[in-house]
Design a protein around this ligand. Structure first.
Ligand code: ADP
Ligand code: MG
Length: 393
């Protein structure tokens, strides 16, 4: 799985086409959260410091294959220039010859950003001709857009058939943290699974149960698993139409050597509201008309003990309705106990990462994965086109 990175190739005097993940929120022509732009600075600075000229590609939003002014990436070029402390060019949508001329004119040690790749209908079709065109804009391809690596598009995969392709630092870190950690975990290897739906995560559970020593279930997912085992879960969120599917999956998962751990207690509420009446109940005592909205304190302290002896912990999916303070205790407690663990700690999934940050533990984890769909697919053991295209070490 080890892929070549920008450290492994000469960059001096090269024209680099860098695929970044700058799919940032744009509102009223301004950029909201710019964390994705900041995250790209180490890769970009490294390439520039080596003396390369950099043409950056990104998509933004879903313009559906035609130019849409409100999804222009021009504001991204401006923000990048501010953060980088040097000018960053912007190459608008236009004729191929004009784009080629503008790319060839980027001075060494400087960068320019091409307009939103999804303004071209060919991009999402992974069209061979458009990939070849993109490859004429440089002599080396660097993919740092992990969040788009599960898509085979011209800018994430197709271009790599025409140019030598290597990983940037963000991509390298994600491959190491998700891919390699799962393949060669420090043991005991503990997986914490939560979130909304079991049915979203069947492939994930089955793949990780092959590798993990223990798998801990919380969140609404645990409600469905317990309901499939015949527990009365009151009015808890349950995938009632998926119970048979879940039983079949769990029959397979139980054949594996992985120990399965369910919540011992829940924080139950009489309505789905932060103002609900609340009771901590044993897992088999959810009252009729009540709903389990978080794992309970006994469960959190049991799990904290497991984490204290863990070699690797991977967490996906919050363990309760962490968006409401009365039901955030389980996710907060698990985040803190993970942060205190001596093992390698990896958090994947948009909501689990948000929950870890909300608990104030984001910085203490070994890795917070930035890619939603891409993280899940990598943890499912799938091959991602944007990673496969990179040169092996
Ligand atoms: P991730 O983004 O980390 O993969 P998911 O998207 O699968 O996680 O699930 C996140 C959602 O699950 C959150 O909105 C959270 O409120 C919800 N959730 C977690 N536990 C429960 C529960 N017990 N009852 C209802 N919703 C829950
Ligand atoms: Mg989510």
């Amino acid at each position: 799985m080890a892929k070549k990175t920008i450290r492994d190739i000469p960059l001096q005097g090269k024209r680099v086409v860098l695929r970044s993940e700058f799919n940032v929120p744009i509102k009223d022509g301004g950029i909201g959260d710019d964390i994705r732009i900041r995250a790209e600075l180490p890769t970009l600075r490294y390439i520039l410091d080596q003396g390369a000229a950099v043409l950056i590609l990104t998509h933004l939003g879903r313009p559906k294959g035609k130019p849409a002014p409100e999804m222009s990436v021009k504001p991204v070029a401006d923000r990048l220039a501010t953060l980088l402390g040097q000018p960053v060019g912007f190459i608008p949508y236009g004729a191929e010859e004009d784009i080629q001329a503008a790319a060839a004119a980027i001075p060494f040690g400087q960068a320019a950003l091409l307009e939103n790749t999804r303004f071209w209908a060919e991009e999402e079709k992974n069209d061979g001709e458009f990939s070849r065109f993109l490859s004429t804009l440089g002599d080396t391809y660097v993919n740092d857009a992990f969040g788009a690596a599960h898509r085979a598009h011209c800018s994430t995969e197709g271009i790599g058939h025409f140019l030598p392709a290597v990983a940037g630092f963000l991509m390298e870190k994600e491959i190491a943290a998700l891919g390699e950690t799962v393949e060669r975990p420090q043991r005991p290897f503990v997986v914490v699974m939560g979130g909304a739906k079991v049915s979203d995560k069947i492939a994930l559970i089955e793949n990780l149960a092959d590798k993990a020593d223990e798998m801990l279930f919380g969140g609404a997912m645990a409600n469905t698993l317990l309901a499939a085992d015949g527990y009365a879960m009151g009015d808890s969120k349950i995938e009632t139409d998926k119970l048979e599917l879940v039983r079949e999956m769990m029959a397979r998962v139980r054949q594996k050597k992985c120990r399965l751990v369910y919540p011992k207690d829940f924080v139950a509420a009489d309505e789905f509201s932060p103002d609900a009446n609340i009771r901590v109940v044993a897992a088999d005592q959810v009252p009729a008309g009540w709903m389990a909205l978080d794992i309970g304190p006994v469960t959190v302290s049991d799990w904290a003990e497991i984490f204290a002896g863990a070699g690797t912990i991977i967490w996906n999916g919050p363990l309760g309705v962490y968006e409401m303070a009365p039901f955030a205790g389980g996710s907060n407690g698990v985040a803190r106990a993970m942060a205190a663990s001596p093992g390698i700690t990896v958090v994947g999934g948009g909501d689990a990462v948000a929950a870890a940050r909300q608990a104030g533990c984001g910085e203490q984890m070994s890795h917070l994965s930035t890619g939603g769909g891409a993280s899940l697919e990598l943890l499912e053991g799938k091959k991602l086109p944007g990673i496969e295209i990179l040169r092996d070490k």
